[in-house]
Every structure is written in C-alpha cells, then in structure tokens.
Design a protein around this ligand. Sequence first.
Ligand code: ADP
Length: 485
Amino acid sequence: MLDVMLSVPTQALIGGTWRDAESGRRFDVRDPATGHVVASVSDCGAAETRAAIAAADEALASWSAMPAAGRAAILRRWADLMIERVDELAPVLTRENGKPLTEARGEILYGASYLHWFSEEATRAYGDVIPAPASDKRIIVTKAPVGVCAAITPWNFPNAMLVRKAAAALAAGCTLVAKPAAETPLSALLAAATGLEAGLPPGVFNIVPGVDAAAIGGVLTSSEVVRKLSFTGSTEVGRKLLAQCAPTVKRVSMELGGNAPFIVFDDSDLDAAVDGLMASKFRNAGQTCVCANRVFVQNGVMAEFASRLAERVATLTVGHGDRSGTDIGPLISEAAFAKIERLVSDALAGGARVLTGGGKHPAGDLFYQPTVIDGITADMAVMREEIFGPVAPLAGFETEADVIALANATEYGLAAYVYTRDLGRAWRVGEALAYGMVGINEGVLSSAAAPFGGVKQSGFGREGSRYGLDDYLEIKYMLMGGLSA
Ligand code: ADP
C-alpha cells in the first residue's frame, strides 16, 4: 500500500493558470483508511474566489458565443480523456475518499457519462415559435445561458458530483467557479486538469479549494456576477446557502440530504430485493444521499428477508479501498463514525437487535462493520436521520397504506425503492411516494439519461437527462412585431 504523497495538481485553477493561495497557506488531505497525509493543497479563501469569479466573467462572452457544436466537442474530448485516464484518476479518488477502487473507477466513468450526455444536449437547446395573438406579430422563445455559475460539491462523489454540474453548465454556455469539499479536493483538481487538456478555454472552469467553506461560499453567494448556485450537500448547509442567495436573487439548484425508504412487499422476488438492497445500502460504505436509509419489510417475509440479508452482509470484505476484493472502505471522518455509533446504540437501547456487525471493525479507526439491525421502530433516531454508513435498519409493516404513510413521514424526498411483483401495486406505491426518484425492483437509480433530484427538503432542480440543461438556461421571449405589409 502506498503511503507516499500523491503527484497531482494541488493549486487553485483560476483563469486557466494554477495558483497558490495569496496567503501561501496550504491544507492537508488525508487518506481516511490510514490517517496519512497524501497531499497538501492551496488553502484559498475570499480573495481567490473573487479572482475566480472575475475570470469566469471574462470568459463568459466568448464561451457562450461559441457554437454549441464547439462546446460539445470539448466536452466530448474531456469525457474521452477521463475514460482513457481512469486508471490514474481512480486511485487518487480512493486515496482521498476511501471507497474501493472498483467503485472509484465506476465513479470516474459515471462522471464521464455526464460529459458525453451534455455534449449531445448542448446542440439541442431548442427554442420555440408560439402562435401570437395578432397576425402581424410572432412570439419567439430562445434559450440563453444563465451566466457565471457557482458549484459547491461534497466529498462522497468528489469527481462525479462536480463533473455532472460542470457538464450541464458548460454545455449550456455558462462558465463556472467550483468549490470542492476540503476532504477530497484532489479528484476535482484532476478533473479540471483533464478539462484544460481537452481544450477548455481559460476561465471557463475555475476551482477554488480551501478549508474555510463559509468564506468561499460567502463570496460565491453574495456576488452579483454569479447568477446561479448549484449545491450538493447537507440540508442544513443548503438552507444557509439558500438564504445567502436571496439578496442577489440567484437561481439555485439544491441536491440535499435523503432518508430513502426501501420497501419489500410479501410478493416480491426476495433474492432481487436482497441484491437491490446490497447495491443501494452498501455502496461507498453507505455514504450516498440515495442510500437506502429505512428498510421496511412486510411482516410475512421479514424473517426470511432478514436472514438472507444478514448472511450476505456478513460476507462483505472490509478494508483499504486499494486492496482487491474490498467491498467496504472507511467512513470519511471521526464525526461520521461517532454518528453511526450513536444511531446504533440509540436503536439498541430502544429494543432493536443486531443480526450482523454492530461495531467498530479492526481494519482501522474509521472502519465500521457492515451491520444489519432489526426490531426498528419509527421513533428511533436511525429512522429520522441520514445514517451515511454501512448500517441497514429493518422495520416491519402490515399493509400497503401503512408503509406509504411511514415512508412519507419525513421532511426528505430524494430517492425511494419498492420491491413487488404486483404491477398495480408497483404503480400505486410508486405514485404515492413523495420522492423525486423511485426505483421499482431496482436498487440503483442514477444515470446520465435520468433526472436526478429531490422534492421537499431534499431540494429542487434536476441533474442529468434533458431536464438537466434547463437548470442552466434562461427562457428568453422576443416579440417580433410590425409584420403587416
Ligand atoms: P457533508 O455532510 O456531505 O459534508 P456539507 O453540506 O457539510 O455536507 O458539505 C458539502 C459542501 O458544502 C462541502 O464542499 C462543504 O465544504 C461545503 N460547505 C459546508 N459549509 C458551508 C458553508 N457555510 N458555506 C459554503 N459551503 C459550505
């Protein structure tokens, strides 16, 4: 296992040049599996953020005026380069985030798929001609880029969360200033370096890494030049950023927390449901916003489902993401680890029972055993809070109406999953769930072709799909008059 410093870009990218922070300060990036420092990165703040916004503003006129096919060609090259370099990019992602190398590779390819997708959508930002109320007039609708945009992204998908925002923004003709999470800035900087190599003009894509998120975020949200913020992260920070964007009336997309129900009916294919839950719950050690958070199992199949699940979970291999065969890496931080311990002990105190796992794993300080607990009730903290760890809590239910009410009894509304072989039930429950995304007999929902996003306090706006471009486009209406002879 390597414990050397990684050779990757470690400075801010502003106006096409790599720059140190004006203060000269740097911050350490650590491997969560070992605690070792793997890189030291320029610690930027308000001054660099202002410079990056100015660079994005300067680049806007020519980037937005470039024919869409020209922007598309650069995005396509960017995607192709990321795919070509997957074996260089994935180990860096694993080193800073902890996820298994196979998942890191998957994330890079997933990020690249958004670049491919939006390279195609770039050329399809169609407008309209609408029948006018008078014969000497024409109503013309065109789509115009929003302008300079800002992106604030989390550590759990350090490549893909940033690249999927950049792909849509740049395809639309916007320019971007991005702030990656301080835990995982390296994958973002590498993605930016790959973009530069693919031909992104200076200033189109700028990155400002730094530990003072509030300072960087404060400049991004208060700027009159920045016309839109796209944020992926916690609901708590999302609320703050929304308020900060109000004075300048910015457009905002928020991809916030989730509390995904995973519903298994008596009539479901139990093997498929176990497979789906394994994929949905244990990817990235349970640290995704669409991870199954509350597993509702109909009482008739609870015993059978719980035992099949616990058997599968007990076979998961925990370890450093670099080791081949690893399924579960470390949690991202001590705070994340402490939260899991708190949620599990609260559930046990309330009468829940551990079927497998249930504590710290010997692989290292931040490793938690893949865990299944049953006997969960709605009042437990594990049902109300986002777990963000490899813990599957099982709660029984009696009827379809009961489980719909239970599933919707949360302020969140991102992803939900339903397993049933009854077609009518699949439609009824799918439509009744107050969620932005519903997987029916599927545990993995995300794809560049599909609209990713939530309702309620999980946010608004959609990423990916043909709807994703709209988040970066303004509708512009022109009335053409005086057409009579
Ligand atoms: P998580 O729980 O996934 O770390 P956060 O919402 O804390 O989610 O972080 C997501 C992103 O938001 C990160 O890039 C983080 O640095 C940034 N962030 C956190 N607090 C603020 C803030 N006050 N202003 C701007 N960005 C912030």
